[in-house]
Ligand binder design. Structure first.
Ligand code: ALA
Length: 588
């Protein structure tokens, strides 16, 4: 098919269209987000732009456009269907407090129907139906109506469908309007039914009106922004009248190569697709410097590679398929992502080494399963934990050995493990076990009082350099040059105990960072808090005296009355670095 529109052509047309409408073209950010512990990979074009969507000025201006490579593993189990991929490319245009929904929707429509020539008869859209927190998005529905989308093709849906973000635990989010395309050869039905797989979502326009804070609250942003995301592979399916994403030019050559190498390609069409997707994703992830491992990004990569290896076994691929796959990926995507060309040999080697480790794990897994068939589910979970052996592989091995695995037992073991290791506040990768016992919460609040007392005694140069709390003690590091004399320590203790003896209220509020700083809130040294922050104030309601105001995610007591009668003892004061001192203290 010589008239096939390629990914490269689609990218160029999109960038050019929005450049004509005043957007600055910016480069794709790496897959591994810089300075952001809240997500493992860039999952959307907006992700690297989150600070700007929250109000920080972007050096390239208020209208941006780009092509962003993304990894999403939330849908990994449906990969192999016609439209879900783990690595994919997202086209996006943004308004950073500039244009609003009218222009965004009008341009989406113009780009799809005029620039790309997609027939409006095959389009359907969804808009946010509204709930108790945020109003229904009638305005978007009206706009679509006026542009020529019939009412039956405009579905008003709730938060599960038409609310997007934040990308991680916190950040910008808002109602969205999603554009669907009827990809099937049959005539499109009159109405849009998003559960029908033949309606494929190709583009999303998000109206970033809110932000989710670390405390879980939804706050309205002072300026609205627009974030859009259009799937390159899916749009190419629509444009070229294809039946799945595996036919587009950034997947098809790899699928063809693997089919060619396989000894049993026909019995295993789904495995062929899964391996195509996973191998392509793995190449791009490795090209960004990730190595297979047992946690975080490394584990995501390990899972992709090992699931791919399972598929490769079924397909009967020769042992050296990795080198061919990496070369084909370099050919398909090297123009847009030169790192896959530069790193092609290294990528193949990383996959080959992981394949070696996987063979080991497989052999071991078989022995364990044979020995502990009685512990079925738990043994399967252990294999996952210790050897990164995906459950689906274990199940397959066990079935082949005539010993079906107890899946319910596996899920129970997994859930128990999750419950044990869930991080505090639901945040990702902060580490530490959640301990919100009364004792720990009390120590959090006393830590704020300690900092306030130190500042009152020693001066405002004292800021937090570190803090660690258990249910038995607090440990607090702060900037100060000299050791504290006994009298100074005694005065610090007296201040803290004086406050504990009073009924001070502890109030939490969320606000823009600038506003928080202006109100005198202090943060830990060098800490980045994001645009919307949570601030705790400890104050005497009767006199209005503010004892402490700090950036903090909590948790805290509601009032120091909860700690009344408790004594405060400093058990140790020492230097831990030049200009940094540490206090260990207990509530008696
Ligand atoms: N950030 C939006 C999405 O990923 C556009 O759908």
């Amino acid at each position: 098919m010589s008239s096939m529109i390629t990914a490269s052509q689609l990218r160029s047309r999109y960038l050019a269209f929005f450049a004509r409408h005043g957007h600055a073209v910016i480069p794709s950010a790496p897959l591994v987000p810089a300075n952001d512990p809240s997500v493992l990979f860039t999952t959307a074009g907006m992700h690297p732009l989150a600070p700007y969507l929250l109000g920080q000025p972007h050096p390239a201006g208020r209208r941006l456009v780009d092509v962003q490579e993304c990894v999403r593993t939330g849908d990994i189990d449906v990969v192999g269907d016609g439209s879900h991929l783990t690595w994919f490319e997202m086209l996006g245009n943004w308004s950073l407090g500039d244009y609003g929904r009218d222009e965004a929707i009008a341009w989406s429509f113009e780009f799809l129907t005029r620039e790309l020539g997609l027939p409006v008869e095959r389009l359907g859209v969804t808009c946010f139906a509204g709930d108790e927190e945020v109003a229904e998005d009638r305005a978007s529905a009206e706009l679509w109506r006026r542009l020529g989308v019939p009412a039956a093709r405009i579905a008003m849906l709730g938060r599960d469908d038409n609310w997007w973000g934040p990308a991680g635990a916190t950040g910008p989010c808002g109602p969205d309007t999603e554009i669907f395309y009827w990809v099937d050869g049959s005539p499109p039905p009159a109405g849009l039914d998003v559960r029908d797989r033949r309606w494929v979502e190709i583009w999303n326009n998000v109206f970033m009106s809110h932000a989710r804070t670390a405390g879980g609250e939804l706050v309205a942003l002072p300026q609205g922004s627009v974030d859009t995301g259009m799937g390159v592979e899916r749009t190419l399916v629509a444009l070229n009248g294809l039946s799945s994403v595996y036919e587009v030019d950034t997947l098809r050559p790899l699928l063809d190569e693997l089919r060619h190498l396989a000894s049993a390609p026909h019995e295993h069409e789904r495995e062929l697709r899964v391996l195509t997707d996973h191998a392509r994703a793995a190449c791009l992830v490795i090209a960004d410097g990730v190595a297979p491992g047992n946690k975080d990004r490394g584990y995501v990569l390990r899972r992709l590679v090992r699931r791919g290896l399972v598929a490769a076994r079924r397909l009967g691929l020769p042992a050296d398929w990795h080198g061919r796959a990496a070369a084909v990926v370099a050919g398909m995507l090297g123009e847009a992502y030169p790192e896959v060309v530069r790193e092609a040999r290294g990528i193949a080697q990383v996959i080959a080494e992981e394949a070696g480790r996987f063979e080991h794990a497989l052999a071991h897994g078989l022995r364990v399963l044979e020995r502990c068939a009685a512990r079925g589910g738990e043994a399967a979970f252990d294999l996952l934990q210790t050897h990164g052996l995906p459950f689906e592989v274990t199940r397959e091995l066990a079935e082949a050995a005539g010993k079906p695995v107890d899946e319910a037992g596996f899920r129970r073991a997994q859930e128990a493990h999750r419950a044990r290791s869930r991080p505090a506040g639901g945040e990702t990768f902060r580490g530490g076990l959640a301990d919100h016992s009364a004792e720990v919460v009390g120590y959090h609040t006393v830590t704020h009082l300690l900092l306030a007392a130190l500042r009152a005694e020693l001066g405002p140069h004292v800021v937090q350099r570190g803090s660690n709390i258990t249910h038995e003690r607090l440990r607090f590091d702060f900037s100060h040059g000299d050791r504290l004399g006994d009298e100074q320590l005694a005065r610090v203790v007296a201040r803290v105990e004086g406050w504990l003896a009073r009924d001070l209220v502890v109030d939490r509020a969320t606000m823009a960072e600038a506003q928080a700083r202006a109100s005198g809130a202090i943060g830990a040294f060098g800490e980045k808090y994001g645009e919307i922050v949570s601030v705790y104030t400890i104050a005497d309601r009767a006199t209005g005296e503010v004892v402490s105001r700090e950036f903090c995610g909590g948790p805290h007591v509601a009032s120091t009355a909860e700690l009344r009668g408790r004594g405060f003892r400093i058990v140790r004061e020492q230097a831990i670095a030049s200009g940094v001192r540490r206090i260990k203290a207990v509530l008696a």
